[in-house]
Design a binder for this molecule. Structure first.
Ligand code: ATP
Ligand code: MG
Length: 569
């Protein structure tokens, strides 16, 4: 490719409205362009990279017997109603309909712009494959997905329109699913290895959502721009997504004798922050108490140390319920006798189920709501002012400093960007669409499913987040837009000869044939980030050599043509 013809060429400065390094570099170097928040055009350089990323993904999916399809982005609303009303439950779902009266007069249907395709592929597979001989079956596609993301601030790391590879697998049994699921982990590891981010991408246990009681597995690449927090157990290497990290609170121990409990009047002092100022105590001495209502009709009184948040998913598991929500103020008052804000672990009515987080264990002279409006109790102590519970639970969202309960070691915590996610769906979608197969003996049996995603545009952004320096991007060879960036300094004719030779040898070359200062050309080559910079100038011609430098190396070499070819091959 002649750089003089390349659309659109690079910009002089970083875009002002982007915060992430990847968005800044990708825009400035001319790989992508922002149409609006969360929506980007992939420009020729970017498209070359994305093609390579997606081809690697394709090869690895083909290797586990995936067959590529392309499903539409528009889909009928009915499909999304069938699966436990995902039409109304998925908070990022977009719809599409005629944009004006005339368009709606022709066709007034409203469609869903798909954010994932379980709801589409399950009835598709059901229509075609229903004999025991048809399984296992794995179908995948690579295409645009649409999600109405709340925050779209990290360039292509989080788009409202983005590209994803989504594979769906179908099996006769849970064992069949398990086998394929394990195989997919290997394929995913290969993908991220080949993309040059393997060493920093960690398989991470995450919530199975409402699909499964098991974990799902995320592939989290350690990077500053990542929006997830990953907790790693150093001794075993096991990683947990924050949302499900088993956690034991960091200890809050002070050596002091028991003080006399007091009720302090603090009208309107409700939040933890207000309370620590008002009572002049450490946040770890405060106790947060909330009342939840459950789908079983119970009330749960839930208490946790003031510096932690309740994790509702953990609480549901511990309480053995499916769904909980914060009880209304009226109900809280009726139950505890106090207004919200003054409820606590003292004087708890018998009928309420009390769950105390392990962060409350071992404290002395702590603060707690007294279940008396406008009052807070201080210097509260277990065994004297209230009974120490037989069991403390882990119902908190983990935070830095927390301990892995099984081994007692402190977690290593890092920010991660989720480049992939695999899910054992089990029978959630096959039940919804009544997808059964006929077994050998003629009986009808339910199909087991899994789903497996990789964000290809996010992966492109993550590669840049990981592999760059203060001059620009450093593409790994496997996904670089061109292998060689050939720069002519006033010697276009000679450089043109080399350009053609390299191309006939199958080397992808970006040839900077423009009339520009050498400094400007070198800076742009560093910004674009091709693996090899090759220079032809009067100086190199005089030596009868070609100047070669790797993007991630400072060493400059002078080689002849043959040496150059063997170096870059
Ligand atoms: P996140 O937690 O980051 O919102 P998710 O868990 O909702 O992602 P999945 O439904 O698991 O995403 O989608 C599969 C993959 O698609 C993700 O692992 C990620 O790589 C990619 N992806 C998801 N949402 C986006 C987005 N808004 N922009 C770019 N890529 C995305
Ligand atoms: Mg996910």
């Amino acid at each position: 490719m002649l750089q003089s013809k390349l659309f659109p060429g690079s910009l002089k400065e970083n875009p002002k409205d982007e915060v992430s390094v990847s968005a800044k570099y990708l825009i400035r170097a001319g790989f992508i362009d922002k149409l609006m928040a969360g929506v980007y055009t992939i420009l020729p350089l970017g498209w070359k990279v994305l093609h390579k990323i997606e081809d690697i993904i394709r090869e690895e999916m083909d290797a586990i017997d995936g067959q590529e399809v392309l499903m539409p982005s528009l889909s009928p609303q009915e499909n999304w109603r069938k699966t436990a009303d995902r039409l109304n439950k998925i908070d990022v779902l977009f719809e599409a309909r005629g944009a004006n009266k005339e368009s709606r007069r022709r066709n007034d249907a409203t469609y869903v712009l798909s954010c994932t395709h379980e709801d589409i592929i399950t009835p598709l597979a059901k229509k075609m494959k229903f004999s025991y001989k048809d399984f296992p079956l794995a179908l995948y596609q690579i295409q645009a997905k649409f999600r109405n993301e709340a925050r779209a601030k990290s360039g292509i790391l989080r788009g409202r329109e983005f590209r994803m590879k989504d594979l769906y697998s179908f099996h006769r049994s849970p064992e069949g699913l398990k086998k394929f699921y394990e195989k997919s982990k290997g394929a995913y590891a290969n993908v991220f290895e080949r993309l040059g981010i393997g060493a920093d991408t960690h398989i991470t246990l995450a919530s199975g959502g409402d699909f499964t009681k098991d974990y799902s597995h995320e592939f989290q690449t350690e990077c500053e721009a990542g929006e997830d927090l990953v907790f790693k157990v150093k001794s075993s290497g096991v990683c947990y997504n924050r949302e499900i990290t088993p956690s034991q609170a960091s200890e809050f121990k002070v050596k002091e004798g028991l003080k006399e409990m007091e009720l302090v009047k603090g009208e309107g002092v409700i939040s933890v922050q207000e309370l620590i100022k008002f009572l002049k105590i450490d946040i770890e001495r405060t106790t947060k108490t909330l009342v939840y209502e459950t789908d079983q009709g119970d009330f749960l009184l839930v208490a946790i140390r003031g510096d932690y948040e309740i994790n509702e998913e953990k609480l549901c598991k511990v309480a053995g319920v499916e769904r909980i929500w914060l009880a209304e103020a009226k109900k809280v008052k009726k139950l505890t006798g106090a207004e919200v804000g003054y409820i606590g672990v003292l004087n708890v009515p018998k009928k309420v189920k009390l769950f105390m987080d392990d962060s409350l264990r071992g404290r002395v002279n702590f603060e707690a709501g007294a279940n008396k409006t406008n009052y807070h109790a201080v210097n509260v102590n277990f065994g004297r002012d209230l009974e120490e519970p037989k069991e403390f639970y882990d119902i908190k969202t983990a935070k830095e400093g927390d301990i892995f309960p099984e081994t007692g070691e402190k977690y290593e915590v890092f920010k991660g960007s989720e480049v992939g996610n695999i899910f054992p769906l089990n029978t959630k979608f096959s039940e919804a669409f009544d997808y059964r197969y006929t077994d050998k003996d003629g009986s009808k049996k339910i199909v087991y499913m899994g789903s497996y995603g990789i964000g290809s545009t996010r992966a492109m952004g993550v590669i840049v987040e990981k592999l760059h320096d203060d001059k620009g991007i450093i593409w790994p060879e496997a996904v670089a837009p061109f292998k060689v960036h050939l720069i002519s300094i006033g010697e276009n004719e000679k450089a043109q000869e080399l350009y053609e030779k390299l191309q006939t040898k199958g080397v992808e070359v970006l040839f900077d044939d423009r009339d520009m200062s050498p400094g400007g050309k070198f800076a742009e080559a560093d910004l674009i980030g091709c693996p090899y910079r090759v220079v032809i100038s009067a100086k190199t011609l005089e030596k009868g050599k070609i100047e070669v430098k790797k993007r991630n190396d400072d060493k400059i070499e002078f080689l002849n043509e043959e040496e150059l070819l063997s170096k870059i091959k």
